[in-house]
Unconditional design. Structure first.
Length: 154
């Protein structure tokens, strides 16, 4: 979106990083386990998979001058997911994830965008002392480089 003088407007932003996600085996379905096993090893000591994948580290709207009303959070998420989809297609990856504070509004937003809760963070990932654990939510991309809605049914 551009103002009348032609300069672009910053409506929102996202940041991506590659991070290893540790997924406890008992936190996922058998079908998800089979898919994750292709991308990361099972650690028998912790009974969990360690899988490198993109993390949506930040996702936010610009609240200056009412610009937040010009873009929906779901639209901003779609832009981020399209970018990840292209990256995953080039690198043969299948998953992305987010970490967020366990509040109903955030969980509902990510679930509407087809992320599924897999695990809470560890005490090392404390960001908020009033809600000490982060929730980790996983999203699966199909082989065509598109994301699919439910990781349990992929």
């Amino acid at each position: 979106m551009q103002p009348t003088d032609g300069a672009p407007l910053l409506l929102g932003y996202f940041t991506l990083t590659n991070k290893i996600l540790t997924v406890p085996r008992n936190a996922i379905s058998k079908s998800v386990e089979k898919r994750l096993a292709r991308f990361g090893p099972l650690d028998n000591d912790s009974n969990s998979y360690s899988v490198p994948m993109p993390l949506i580290a930040q996702l936010g709207k610009n609240y200056a001058d009412g610009l937040n009303a010009k873009i929906d959070g779901g639209d901003l998420m779609s832009v981020a997911l399209k970018k990840i989809s292209a990256i995953q297609y080039d690198l043969s990856g299948k998953y992305t994830y987010i970490e967020c504070v366990d509040t109903p509004k955030l969980i509902e937003f990510y679930e509407r965008n087809d992320f599924r809760r897999i695990d809470s963070g560890t005490p090392e990932t404390i960001y908020d002392t009033t809600n000490p654990y982060l929730v980790q939510m996983l999203k699966y991309f199909s082989s065509r480089g598109e994301w699919v809605g439910r990781i349990d049914n992929c």
